[in-house]
Design a protein around this ligand. Structure first.
Ligand SMILES: C[S@@+](CC[C@H](N)C(=O)[O-])C[C@H]1O[C@@H](n2cnc3c(N)ncnc32)[C@H](O)[C@@H]1O
Length: 256
């Protein structure tokens, strides 16, 4: 899925949860620790998808809110005990000013219509000195997924999608700084993706494609993923996410 249309995301909610819902889980711990999330912290998850991070926040004792424009994504996220999930998007957050301590966006900020407008919204809902934590796929060269996506693009006579500034090394921090936020921590985490067999591989990698396209491209996906096949007949694609935590102006200074 490269587009951000709410109806397209809604149509793939179940498959998203099955294939991808926890792929970024390795960044949650370091990123939330750097953002100071703990019991009672008010955290908004922008583009919360099917709610796996909201469930993790609940386990930490934090208070979680989610926002997502896709109804079926929201319906799943709303099942997370204690989570308050609302219709909205990164450019239009349905929350009052200074109502959150931390805002997170995992694999979602790239779908904002206007990245800087969205970061203004994030700044508005955060308390002074609040933290925004953003995580995105690292650049393609670090991701086995890129190998398969390039093969699929070639098979369709498309150009592979460029990485974009949110994926390049240093790019995320630069965008946050340009938005008037102060980057305070960053990292990169391995986020391997597992598929149990050819069927799961194809369903995950051709997420959102129509049945005829899936049938045509399935052999391309299986061939391109050959180097990542395990002895057991499944697949492990080694990938990575980068994350950055930045703070809004104001608030108390960081401890020395
Ligand atoms: C790649 S999924 C990531 C979901 C979740 N954050 C995760 O890590 O599993 C992207 C999510 O962003 C949502 N989305 C699409 N456009 C958006 C926008 N403009 N603002 C916020 N979220 C958006 C989609 O509905 C989808 O749930």
């Amino acid at each position: 899925m490269d587009g951000g249309g709410a109806q397209r995301w809604s149509a793939v909610a179940d498959e998203w949860a099955a294939s991808w819902g926890r792929v970024a889980a390795p960044v949650w711990g370091p990123m939330l620790t750097a953002a100071g999330v703990g019991p009672g912290t008010r955290v908004l998850d922008v583009g919360c998808g099917t709610g796996e991070l909201l469930a993790h926040l609940g386990a930490l004792g934090a208070r979680g809110w989610g926002v997502d424009p896709a109804p079926a994504m929201r319906a799943r996220a709303a099942l997370v005990p204690g989570a308050d999930v609302r219709d909205g998007d990164a450019d239009r957050l349905p929350f009052g000013g200074s109502s959150m301590d931390v805002v997170v966006a995992v694999n979602a900020l790239q779908f904002a219509e206007d990245t800087f407008g969205a970061l203004d919204e994030v700044t508005r809902v955060l308390v002074p000195g609040g933290a925004v934590a953003v995580a995105n796929w690292a650049e393609g060269a670090r991701n086995d997924l890129d190998v398969v996506e390039r093969a699929v693009a070639r098979a369709q006579d498309d150009d592979p999608l460029p990485d974009g500034e949110l994926r390049a090394p240093g790019g995320l921090a630069a965008v946050l700084a340009e938005a008037g936020l102060r980057p305070v921590a960053s990292g990169i985490a391995p986020t391997p993706w597992h598929a149990a067999d050819d069927d799961r591989l194809v369903r995950g990698l051709l997420l959102g494609e129509d049945p005829a396209t899936v049938e045509r491209l399935a052999p391309v996906v299986v061939a391109a993923a050959r180097p990542f096949r395990t002895a057991a007949g499944g697949y492990v694609l080694r990938n990575a996410f980068r994350w950055v935590v930045a703070r809004t102006p104001g608030g108390s200074p960081d401890p020395a």
